[in-house]
Write a protein that binds this ligand. Structure first.
Ligand code: SF4
Length: 220
């Protein structure tokens, strides 16, 4: 097995993630000592789920009139959900949690308005490399219509989907919005709740603050 250490620096939060493979436990302990306070995150190895592999040029019927405010798409994240993930980060957030570490995403105009189909193409072009897709923000449920469309198409390609929301699950259900309900019934995982800066320490995996909860919504 080859020995490898990859460092990933997140410019938004200043977090440094080290991915290691094939190194001895002594070397790992030395690395931990050198980096200071650290926290183990999930393993980024493929989860070996039975994906329907997406074709290189996915052919799907999508309403090209559906547009979404997008901040960015990035790949190979091992901190935004289980396994290795492609991440769709939308722009625009009406919640504005104090201490939010992605304030640049609050104004939707810091992103750009793009077609949902172009986002799908970008995500599916890397489907052989990832275990799932995470949709975060910003606040995805501020754009429930386009996000529902995105979820609908990704489901056709058997992508495991996790959505982060600054709203609680109860608040979302109470909206009685068909697009919100569609998302909640067609995604695998939801992490809900606003970021609370005074509950930032000792969070579970993938959570920004201890009040947030991870729900498994789709079991079939
Ligand atoms: S919901 Fe998310 S993006 Fe919006 S303010 Fe809270 S932490 Fe920031």
């Amino acid at each position: 097995m080859s020995k490898e250490i990859t460092f990933i620096l997140e410019p938004d939060s200043g977090k440094l993630t080290a991915e290691v493979s094939g190194i001895s436990s002594d070397a790992l302990a030395e690395l931990r000592d050198s980096l200071g306070i650290s926290q183990s995150v999930n393993c980024g190895k493929p989860l070996q789920r039975n994906f329907v592999e997406a074709p290189m040029s996915p052919d799907f019927n999508s309403d090209d009139n559906q547009f979404i405010w997008l901040y960015r798409v990035y790949h190979n994240s091992v901190v935004d959900g289980p396994g290795r993930r492609s991440v769709v980060q939308v722009s625009g957030c009406s919640i504005r949690c104090p201490g939010c570490y992605v304030p640049d995403t609050h104004d939707r105009h810091n992103g750009k308005l793009v077609s949902v189909s172009s986002v799908v193409r970008e995500v599916l072009s890397r489907s052989a490399e990832h275990d799932g897709v995470t949709i975060l923000g910003g606040e995805p449920f501020d754009q429930a219509g386009p996000v529902a469309e995105l979820v609908s198409i990704l489901n056709r390609f058997n992508q495991q989907i996790l959505v982060y929301s600054g709203n609680t699950l109860g608040t979302l259900i109470a909206r009685h919005d068909p697009c919100v309900d569609y998302i909640l019934t067609h995604i695998d995982l939801l992490i809900d709740g606003p970021f609370e800066q005074f509950h930032h320490a000792k969070t579970g995996e993938y959570l920004g603050s201890a009040n947030q909860k991870l729900y498994e919504l789709k079991t079939g």
